[in-house]
Design a protein around this ligand. Structure first.
Ligand SMILES: [Mg+2]
Length: 223
């Protein structure tokens, strides 16, 4: 990419992240950019000013410690029929290859209660398929969250609308931002094993997340 074009490109990417997908339509060329291309400029400006649309999109509808703390009856009352869930550090630790017995039982309960579940992960196919297939869970790998394509794919797999679907994840920068962008019911959980996270997650996403949490708490938008 030419240096002179970077500012314009970043601006277009910001717009692309904030515009609802329905307005832009699918297949926008900006959807092809990795989230990292957007982060530096958008987020620095957003954090400096302390007021931008992005800040609103960082606020989860619900915050719980673990997935086991999610009140499934409450979700049902809110009209939720499907759950899009992140994998690493949400369902199991980032270095744990398979589901724990406790998680298996929880997923069973979730499905018995009539929820559909799709795993949407930014991780590679081998990791996601090895985890999801033994549980007979449909999945989307290399999802490039917070971009919306993978979320839309998951909605399509469940034949559900955004307002009928919750997204559960441990990262504001990917799961919450991406889910809020398309109107999903966003649930933030605490990461299971922070030390097992990738370098980018630990050193980029988490630092940005801390800065956002600080801003959001100052505004009283987060407890
Ligand atoms: Mg995660």
């Amino acid at each position: 990419m030419r240096k002179t074009g970077f500012a314009n490109c970043a601006k277009a990417c910001v717009k692309s992240m904030l515009d609802p997908p329905a307005v832009r339509g699918r297949g926008s060329k900006h959807e092809n950019f990795l989230p990292g291309h957007n982060y530096g400029i958008i987020l620095a400006r957003c954090l400096r000013r302390g007021e931008c649309e992005l800040l609103h999109l960082m606020v989860p509808k619900l915050t719980v410690r673990t997935i086991f703390d999610i009140d499934l009856a409450e979700l049902k009352r809110n009209g939720i029929r499907g759950i899009i869930t992140d994998l690493d550090n949400t369902l199991v630790g980032a270095k744990v290859p398979y589901a724990t017995p406790e998680l298996g039982a929880w997923l069973e309960t979730v499905r018995e209660r009539g929820f559909q579940v799709v795993v949407v992960s930014n991780n590679r196919k081998t990791r996601v398929s090895a985890f999801a297939e033994p549980l007979s869970l449909p999945y989307v790998y290399r999802a490039r969250k917070p971009l919306h394509a993978a979320f839309l794919r998951a909605l399509e797999m469940m034949s559900l609308q955004p307002k009928e679907t919750a997204v559960v994840g441990d990262q504001m920068m990917t799961d919450v931002l991406g889910g809020n962008r398309i109107g999903l019911y966003t649930i933030l959980v605490e990461p299971i094993a922070v030390n097992d996270e990738s370098w980018v997650t630990r050193n980029v996403n988490r630092n940005l997340e801390r800065a956002f949490v600080y801003k959001l708490r100052k505004k009283g938008w987060l407890p």
